[in-house]
Design a protein around this ligand. Structure first.
Ligand code: ADP
Length: 495
């Protein structure tokens, strides 16, 4: 029960009328409401009905003695403060009463000042009891809130259709939902309180979660999505984010896991379909292309200019379609992991020289300078698939020629950079606006403007380059300045 701070109700129990009246006078003067009783029974009755907070009690009474009354008061309400009124001769009894629960005593005959001191002390005591109770109530409420919050988080976690888990900064799994247990085949009895490795067998995901928890990712947008392949048919996508407190301090990591096995199957079906259709289209298109070339050659000088124009356009269009089909087949092969399956020691300088030799005629046709710049030669031997390397740099140099004006300058620079070989294809051509930069590695993305209008392409070159670079364990980056040129940088690990 909430205790009131109202200390205004006081009961004075004394056989002597003088003492009762005197006490009432002194206490009423300083604002208290005072009830009096001359006998124990009367006092107990008032106690039950009026609930005073302080009782002045004379120990010497006929019938039920003061000590018994004290016992009864304590039974009715322990928080009522009892102040014993006694004579000096009975001081020992008063001390005994204090030992049995009375709060204080006052000696008869007392002066108003003495009574003031005693009553003030008692009021202060009541105030402190009230404050302590208030704090206790607050503590209980925060514990309840905490429990409520916890059950809230549990409910939210449980309601996620995808797998969800939470780890602390030590990499200990502290919460997981049933969807997560199902995805990772964990028993419902398994408690979430050990290291993440005890629940997730994929080392890469465990490392990523620990890196995040230890604050290794300063920019949270840099945290990569993580794909796990648990068995032949089980593919999951995990998205992890740090849990931060109000001061941006990392408290742990939350991970959502999605089952993407069906998407993978669909993706594979799509790749197989594209590969099959492309394959079927390639030979008839090549035949049409060769036959058109033959007709143009045979009709040279005989056909009208219009006819010649139509045939030449048709030949160019079939060439475009053949390139598109070639790119689609390349992408399908990369997706199936076929293209990078034959790594061998290669001299990158030789590969780059061959590509530049091959494309030189095209650059010459546009009066562009195409030069090689090898720094720190000879570069160390690389272990990689040479066809993949040819495709990467063939595409980049070919793009540099395509998207640089006549008379422009293209440099292919190779250098050693730590444990990587760094190759840069630098041109002073059209450049790429910032808004396009993040999209040019998407499939079929082409920038359409006045300068690129008449340049044919498929929009598949850079996606192929990016996929191949990744499959060699490398990285690609582009910096560009519209109107001033672009630099594509490829970092490839030596081994
Ligand atoms: P494609 O060249 O077949 O259009 P890519 O995927 O190779 O396809 O390139 C995508 C787009 O990126 C191109 O259409 C072009 O607009 C832009 N691009 C690529 N390389 C360069 C470059 N060196 N300079 C300027 N723009 C470029």
């Amino acid at each position: 029960m909430e205790k009131s701070t109202d200390t205004t109700h006081i009961l004075v129990v004394d056989e002597e009328k003088d003492i009762r009246d005197r006490s009432k006078r002194i206490l009423s003067k300083i604002g208290f409401q005072v009830m009096t009783a001359s006998r124990a029974e009367e006092a107990l009755d008032l106690l039950e009905r009026e609930k005073p907070s302080i009782v002045f009690l004379d120990l010497k009474m006929i019938g039920m003695g003061g000590m018994e009354v004290l016992e009864q008061v304590r039974k009715i309400d322990e928080t009522i403060l009892v102040i014993i009124i006694t004579e000096y001769a009975k001081i020992k009894l008063a001390i005994k009463a204090v030992k049995q629960g009375a709060y204080d005593f006052i000696l008869k005959p007392f002066e108003p000042d003495q009574m003031h001191i005693v009553i003030n002390r008692a009021c202060e005591k009541i105030r402190l009891i009230y404050e302590a109770e208030k704090l206790e109530r607050k503590r209980i409420r925060s514990l309840l809130d905490l429990g409520y919050d916890k059950s809230h988080i549990h409910t939210i976690f449980e309601s996620f259709p995808m797998g969800a888990m939470l780890t602390n900064t030590d990499g200990q799994l502290v919460l997981m939902n049933s969807a997560f247990r199902q995805l990772f085949d964990l028993s419902p009895d398994l408690k979430p309180d050990s290291q993440i490795e005890d629940y997730v067998s994929d080392k890469g995901l465990c490392d990523l979660v620990k890196d995040i928890s230890q604050g290794k990712y300063i920019d949270h947008n840099d945290i990569p999505d993580y794909e796990l392949n648990l068995s032949d048919k089980k593919y999951f996508l995990a998205k992890a984010q740090p849990v931060l407190d109000g001061k941006q301090k990392c408290l742990g990591t939350v991970v959502n896991v999605m089952d993407i096995s069906n998407m993978k199957v669909l993706d594979q079906l799509k790749s197989e379909f594209v590969a099959k259709v492309s394959h079927e289209l390639r030979s008839p298109l090549s035949t049409i292309h060769e036959q058109l070339a033959l007709v143009i050659k045979n009709m040279a000088g005989e056909a009208s200019t219009d006819d010649q124009h139509i045939l030449t356009r048709a030949k160019e269009k079939t060439q475009g379609l053949i390139s598109l089909i070639g790119d689609l087949l390349d992408l399908s092969r990369i997706e199936e992991g076929i293209i990078c399956h034959e790594p061998k020691p290669v001299k990158l300088e030789e590969i780059l020289e061959n590509i530049v030799d091959f494309l030189k005629t095209r650059a010459d046709g546009k009066k562009q300078s195409l030069t090689l710049d090898f720094i720190n030669t000879p570069l160390p031997l690389m272990v990689a698939d040479p066809i993949a390397l040819e495709s990467i740099f063939g595409n980049l140099i070919s793009n540099a020629i395509n998207y640089t004006q006549d008379g422009g300058k293209i440099t292919v620079r190779a250098d050693l950079s730590g444990i990587n070989i760094k190759v840069q294809v630098i041109d002073n051509g059209f450049g790429i606006e910032d808004r396009h930069l993040e999209n040019i590695f998407e499939r079929f993305y082409r920038i359409k403007n006045e300068k690129t209008r008449y340049i044919t392409g498929t929009g598949l070159g850079l996606p192929i380059v990016e996929e191949l670079t990744k499959s060699l364990g490398g990285l690609i980056d582009v910096k560009s300045n519209p109107g001033r040129g672009s630099t594509f940088t490829v970092l490839l690990p030596i081994k």
